[in-house]
Design a protein around this ligand. Structure first.
Ligand code: NAD
Length: 370
């Protein structure tokens, strides 16, 4: 058996169907000198069977706290809960989506138990880290999902049809926020035959939007570039001017998909109640910013509301709705991040590596990022 013992517990968060290991990554971790133990049934929500994990060398265990207590490394999608942290030994390493601005309690508990925590939310967006970039892989799934949900709610079809019974015009889709999720929403809506326009505050997005066959809306606003390729926090003046110039574009769309975000901040408010009232009945808004408070003023996270015939879908946990592929991608990201830090079956991170340092949240009893 290998050196580093990697444990994958069942996800406990409501609605979370993803899992942090799949058969393929089990084999890869074992090839890297680790052993892998998975809580029985952990993969079921993502259609990953215990037998398929066992066939690639995973041990399947039923006692969650015993498994956690035996771990050198714990891989999960959502961060562990406080009870789980209690079960860990000092020095255990955890890898999960851990947001310092949300999960302060768990982070302090981890530091208190000398757990070394890494966050997939904080992996630097540099080329060398692309294979570990779970924000991107999950955003891709979310962007695709947003369009499928919009198509489901829309009372019209997306493509142009020219038939003996007349011409059906293509749907007009507006995508606000053209990061990873937005670009995937654009590509998916285009594949369905919609006419797509999009807007983002970053300068680079105009070319990216055009290269997908969509029209970039030139709103004649200043770009809002921040650090690390992200948008910077925008002033209320900027946002109110943005809403003013967006009114006509939102009103003309059959479908609006919003994906705008600034890391660690509430979702910028792009669509007001007034703009929703100006949309035609039968229009659809899918708000991927719902969990961050909503890009649309009337969004309710996890719900669909009908406002004068306009459906507003507050998507929550979008990647989890496509758990098979979301898990396969996440499991590869997390395995790539872990194997960066494993050498000859031992956990041996290079603390000077900007990827390792960038995503480490707790170490040696200290909270490094809060
Ligand atoms: P994100 O989820 O933080 O935000 C989504 C988008 O919302 C961003 O494009 C942002 O500019 C935009 N936005 C913010 N405020 C807005 C507003 N008021 N109106 C319209 N749009 C608004 O971002 P993300 O998808 O994680 O990606 C951010 C950037 O990182 C992108 O440039 C992406 O290409 C880049 N990236 C680089 C790498 C890499 O080099 N390895 C990997 C992934 C992403």
């Amino acid at each position: 058996m290998g050196g580093v013992r990697v444990v994958v517990p069942q996800e406990l968060a409501e609605g979370e169907r993803r899992v942090a290991v799949v058969p393929d990554t089990t084999a890869r971790l074992i090839a890297a000198g680790c052993s892998v133990a998975v809580q029985a049934g952990a993969g079921l929500g993502a259609f990953v069977a215990d037998d398929d994990l066992a066939a690639r060398g995973a041990e399947i265990g039923t006692n969650r706290s015993a498994l956690l207590g035996s771990a050198d490394v714990v891989l999960s999608v959502q961060p562990l809960g406080l009870d789980d942290v209690e079960a860990l030994r000092a020095g255990t390493v955890t890898l999960s989506f851990l947001q310092p601005w949300v999960h302060g309690d768990v982070i302090r508990a981890m530091a208190g138990r000398s757990v070394t925590a890494f966050s997939l939310d904080l992996v630097p967006r540099i080329s060398r880290a692309q294979s570990m970039d779970a924000l991107s892989s999950q955003a891709l799934v979310a962007g695709y999902r947003a369009v499928i949900v919009a198509a489901e709610f829309a009372p019209r079809m997306f493509p142009l049809f020219m038939t003996a019974a007349g011409t059906v015009p293509p749907a007009k889709v507006l995508v606000l926020g053209a990061g990873v999720a937005g670009l995937q929403a654009i590509a998916t809506a285009r594949r369905l035959g919609a006419v797509v326009s999009a807007y983002d505050v970053r300068a680079a997005s105009a070319d990216e939007v055009s290269s997908l066959g969509a029209t970039f809306l030139d709103l004649r606003l200043e770009t809002q570039e921040g650090a690390g390729g992200y948008a910077r926090v925008q002033s209320e003046d900027f946002l109110s001017e943005q809403r003013r110039v967006l009114v006509q574009h939102v009103g003309a769309a059959d479908v609006v998909i919003t994906t705008a975000a600034v890391p660690g901040r509430p979702a910028p408010r792009l669509v007001t109640a007034e703009m929703v009232h100006a949309m035609r009945p039968g229009s659809v808004i899918v708000d991927l910013g719902a969990e961050g408070g909503g890009n649309c003023e009337l969004t309710r996270a996890g719900e669909t509301v009908d406002v004068g015939g306009v459906s507003i879908v507050g998507l929550r946990g979008a990647p989890s709705a496509l758990p098979a592929h979301a898990s396969a991608l996440y499991a590869r990201n997390v395995a790539n991040l872990l194997t960066l830090m494993v050498n000859g079956g031992e956990f041996a991170p290079d603390w000077d590596d900007e990827i390792v340092a960038g995503c480490c949240v707790t170490r040696e009893g200290q909270v490094l990022q809060s």
